[in-house]
Design a protein around this ligand. Structure first.
Ligand code: 5GP
Ligand code: ZN
Length: 112
């Protein structure tokens, strides 16, 4: 998508601190962290919410969660972490490209 901030990050048009990248997924540091470690995991395919999942995208999201689990240690998320994904504006979604917030690196209070 032309004007999507996260698509611009994927295309390299906005600099970011990357933690992980492969052919279908990117993980990078949130620009305004709310925990000691605050990463964003996004699919390279642009879609907004889980309401737009078809079978292929559901499998993609499953692989994303699997890779988040597999790489949590190297990202400093040992000791527990939280995955948050806001779906739609009323839930606080400000970037219309599906993303998982990965919060950790410290004991977390409930909520966000
Ligand atoms: P949302 O509010 O949609 O759940 O989360 C969007 C997140 O994207 C926010 O936590 C915000 O700080 C982050 N964000 C917005 N613009 C940028 C940017 O240009 N670079 C990075 N790294 N994060 C961004
Ligand atoms: Zn996008």
């Amino acid at each position: 998508m032309e004007n999507c901030i996260f698509c611009k990050i994927i295309r390299g048009e906005i600099p970011t601190v990357k933690a992980y990248e492969d052919d279908e997924m990117l993980v990078f540091s949130d620009i305004a962290p709310i925990a000691n470690i605050h990463l964003l995991a996004i699919p390279k395919e642009h879609f907004k919410t889980v309401q737009e999942l078809d079978g292929g995208r559901a499998a993609l999201v499953g692989r994303m969660l699997q890779k988040i689990g597999a790489h949590a240690h190297e990202w400093g998320l040992d000791g527990g972490f939280r995955i948050i994904s806001n779906q739609g504006e009323a839930a606080g979604q400000t970037v219309p490209h599906l993303h998982f917030h990965l919060l950790g690196g410290e004991p977390l209070p409930w909520g966000n």
